[in-house]
Design a protein around this ligand. Structure first.
Ligand code: SF4
Length: 419
């Protein structure tokens, strides 16, 4: 078993018919089909009454309505391999440093985000526990078993961070609290800190505070879309999904007040129709508020409402990755950068020598996320190949080598090496 799927579609490999960015007009999601009443809310699973036993691998197709959080959580294939629950290898990496745990319910996520493999519209086609998400399978594991393994490994644990990812479900606020309490009762949160990937739609300010008081270290909000228009199109009314830009910003602002500087952030997906300037202006806004951005390259997830659309062209992605790193960690400012008429970066607003040094260091092109134990600008959450196939890596889950850097330079196009 490996932690990635073989990809065949040219759309998935980043081939984009010569375009160097994904324009708004192109990136229109399909309309969700109507789900038959007898298949809604996990009905197929709930019609059976089979008790779950141990680890559940996607495609077991055992319809087990009792497999739900907080007793069960799902985890990425990479986390399951690192934890020793699944056998497998990861291309060019030995482990992931973040144990990402996803709440799970037979009803699944009740939102319908257009780019997401977990979206509600899939309930007619595929049971929740069997769905792909950010390109991989997510086995379901008893939470007690997860904690036993991490507690047993103690200081030898490979994990630098744990993350509880909420989904949109009436139980997810309460169950996040339970999972966090279970974790901190056995694992010292200063040894393996906890991040919360929140679901603002069901949350209030008191929920944010409660998670901080219970020992969560970092709170993030998955804005995903870089503009209100794209948010509404991909996560709101455009796809019959309950999220709103306003509510997401309310909770982000609560997180800023409650968790404080450098302890909150937002996820952004690049290439869903926004301009490079839109993304970097948002990155700047987050930095000015005291937070960070965690950035991903749009990838057409199979089964999602955007699976017919092209992955983000690599030159658009690399320019935004580089701009984001300069703003987040090098004190660059979006106002000092230059953009062309279509919002593409033409000048990063830093001295040429600094730009060369940052590109050569390669950290700017690694997976972004909450920090681990290596350095502030190196993410614990390295999720290999969550936003690209390994044949055309978007976010590097390991330090890019010289050959990778040469490829990155070619993808950047506007950056000519001087020596
Ligand atoms: S809320 Fe999160 S898990 Fe649910 S559909 Fe949207 S992106 Fe996917």
């Amino acid at each position: 078993m490996s932690c990635y799927r073989a990809e065949t579609s040219t759309l998935e490999s980043g081939t984009t018919d010569g375009r160097d960015h994904n324009p708004l007009a192109l990136m229109q999601p399909r309309a969700p089909a109507k789900t038959p009443v007898d298949l809604r809310n996990g009905a197929r699973v709930k019609a059976h009454n089979i008790a779950p036993h141990g680890v559940y691998m996607p495609n077991y197709n055992v319809l087990t309505p009792h497999m739900r959080s907080p007793e069960y959580v799902q985890m990425s294939t990479a986390a399951a391999i690192t934890l020793g629950i699944m056998k497998g290898r990861m291309y060019r990496c030995s482990c992931t440093r973040c144990l990402n745990l996803l709440l799970t319910y037979p009803e699944g996520c009740r939102a319908n985000c257009a780019y997401c493999g977990l979206a509600r519209h899939r309930e007619a086609e595929r049971d929740y526990a069997d769905r792909n998400f950010i390109r991989v399978d997510w086995p379901a594991v008893p939470m007690a078993q997860v904690i036993d393994i991490v507690a047993r490994d103690g200081a030898a644990s490979p994990f630098h961070r744990m993350c509880i990812s909420m989904i949109t479900h009436p139980r997810s606020d309460e169950d996040t609290v339970t999972v966090l309490k279970q974790w901190t009762a056995r694992i010292d949160p200063s040894a393996i800190p906890v991040s919360i990937l929140s679901n603002p739609t069901t949350m209030a300010r008191e929920d944010v505070k409660r998670l901080r008081d219970l020992g969560a270290d970092i709170f993030t909000v998955a804005l995903d879309a870089a503009t209100p228009e794209i948010f509404d199109r991909t996560r709101g009314k455009g796809v019959q999904s309950p999220h709103s830009w306003k509510k997401y910003w309310e909770i982000l602002s609560d997180a800023r007040d409650i968790f404080g500087p450098q302890k909150f952030g937002a996820h952004i997906i690049v290439g869903m129709g926004e301009t490079e300037h839109d993304v970097l202006a948002l990155v700047q806004e987050l930095v000015d508020l005291g937070g960070h951005s965690h950035m991903f390259c749009f990838f057409p997830e199979k089964g999602s409402l955007m699976d017919h659309l092209p992955a983000t062209p690599r030159d658009q992605w690399r320019r935004v990755q580089l701009g984001r790193y300069l703003i987040d960690y090098r004190g660059a400012r979006v106002e000092r950068m230059k953009f062309d008429g279509e919002g593409r970066v033409t000048d990063f607003g830093v001295p040429a020598a600094e730009l060369e040094e940052v590109i050569d260091a390669g950290v700017a092109f690694r997976t972004s996320g909450c920090p681990g134990k290596f350095a502030d600008d190196i993410s614990a959450c390295d999720r290999p190949y969550g936003d690209s196939p390994p044949s055309n890596i978007a976010s590097f889950p390991f330090p890019p080598n010289k050959r990778d850097i040469r490829k990155i330079r070619r993808q950047l196009r506007i950056v000519e090496r001087k020596d």
